[in-house]
Write a protein that binds this ligand. Sequence first.
Ligand code: WQD
Length: 342
Amino acid sequence: MKVLVTGGLGFIGSHTVIKLIEAGHQVVIIDNLFNSKPDVVDRIDKIVGVKPKVFIQDVCDKDKLMEIFKAEKPDAVIHFAGYKAVGESCQKPLMYYRNNIDSALSVLECMMENECKNLVFSSSATIYGETDKMPITELSPRKEATNPYGQTKVMIERIIEDVCKVNPDFNAALLRYFNPIGAHPSGLLGEDPNGLPNNLLPYINKVATGELDHLNVFGNDYPTVDGTGVRDYIHVLDLAKGHVLALKKLENGCGLFVCNLGTGKGTSVLEMVSAYEKATGVKIKYEIKPRRAGDVAESYAATNKAKEELGFECDYTILDACKHGYEFQKANKVELKCTKNN
Ligand code: WQD
């Protein structure tokens, strides 16, 4: 199929583009470079030998998006484009609602007006909110999110569901990611957020390469195995594979399909630190700090629906993800240093 990937130069988007091309799909990327770099498309080319067409464009601009739809006539859309920093969303709610909802509405309207009937949406486990029933299944209720970022995911899922209700021939997969981590084994693609990382692994990566002094562990008094937060960390390449499998399901005409993408295993912060040290041989210094507002104690996925309905299974382990993330960070840090010295 010809697949339009919004946010295709981003962390999850770029890894999904790799998997789409490897599966024989033709890919067109739209990205406004808010949280990505233009050279990612050259890195994709180096990995798979195909350089997808890229439109440096804001998905919120519906007129420009319509021009792209008319010119490219995609069979499917994978919609990643959106702001995704939980903490930032609490400081700038309007920016998040305007951008994330507008971009989703633009994509849906263009799809409707161009007979494009297959959508994969990048959703998040955040939509489950606070829940103490583990593992979390797709039947767990969607709740008011604890932050505007998560709330935009709740709202967009609802919009897509309503569109599916009145368009029986429209197929949509809502993929609820748990915690994406890692990088491409080539060291060419990975997660390198602008500024101080919010998430655990990018932060540990920078401690490992000496860019940051130590990790702050947010709370060790949770009711968990060692008191620190437990999450379901899934390698970004496994997550990307899940999108290719979801696309295949849409091709067969499935209407609305909702699915968790996780490993089914919970890992605490301190267990992640030990895994990282084991995978890389690098000691990670840390200090225990108070809990972070909005955090839940535990969150990990029930994975049977992904397995039964997508044939989804993970290929990579936490150790692989730590190793790949570290290798990517090291390679990029060296590059950044050279740039600074030029
Ligand atoms: C994981 C654990 C922290 C940083 C969020 C979004 C989710 C998705 C992934 C986009 C928690 C602890 C973290 C640090 C720490 N986003 N931690 N020190 O909050 O589970 O999920 O990011 O797709 O939608 O909600 O991820 O990596 O921030 O935190 O101790 O410096 O690591 O308390 O227990 P989170 P995270």
